[in-house]
Design a protein around this ligand. Structure first.
Ligand code: TYD
Length: 133
């Protein structure tokens, strides 16, 4: 069993996809351990995406992630980190496989609906960042 962190980004919330996305994970068998809706602070987003700070699109990502409320969840399941990433799909929705969340609901990397931790190590750090545990 592994825990992983998922964020339904501002575009996912605006498009009223929160229920559909959570349903996909629940139907797959993931357990929701924690769930909250909040407006992210700029500083939190900058920390979360620090690995992108040299990229030209960094401030676009920060502005996008603070453009409205997000839904943050901890999901638990077998091989949780990799399984959730598989369901999320590639960063660029045009490269994401059909049936993944990003392929089904998005077209561009800049608004790709959802975040999921990319390794067990990041999951631990991100759970601590967003839920303080
Ligand atoms: P990254 O951590 O590389 O990917 P992922 O979200 O799949 O773990 O990038 C974080 C976010 O930054 C990504 O979800 C969307 C945005 N982004 C862009 O807008 N353009 C890009 O070219 C890349 C690589 C990311």
């Amino acid at each position: 069993m592994e825990e992983t962190l998922v964020i339904i980004k501002p575009d996912g919330v605006k498009k009223q996809l929160v229920g559909e996305i959570i349903t996909r994970f629940e139907k797959r068998g993931f357990k929701i351990k924690k769930l909250k809706m909040e407006q992210l602070r700029e500083q939190t987003v900058k920390e979360h995406y620090a690995h992108l700070k040299e990229q030209v699109f960094f401030m676009d990502v920060v502005n996008f992630m603070t453009s409205g409320p997000v839904v943050v969840l901890i999901l638990e399941g077998p091989n949780g980190v990799a399984s959730v990433r598989q369901m999320v799909g590639a960063t660029n929705p045009q490269d994401a496989l059909p049936g993944t969340i990003r392929a089904d609901y998005a077209f561009v990397s800049g608004s790709n609906i959802i975040h999921a931790s990319d390794s067990l190590e990041s999951a631990k750090i991100e759970i601590e960042r967003f839920f303080g545990e």
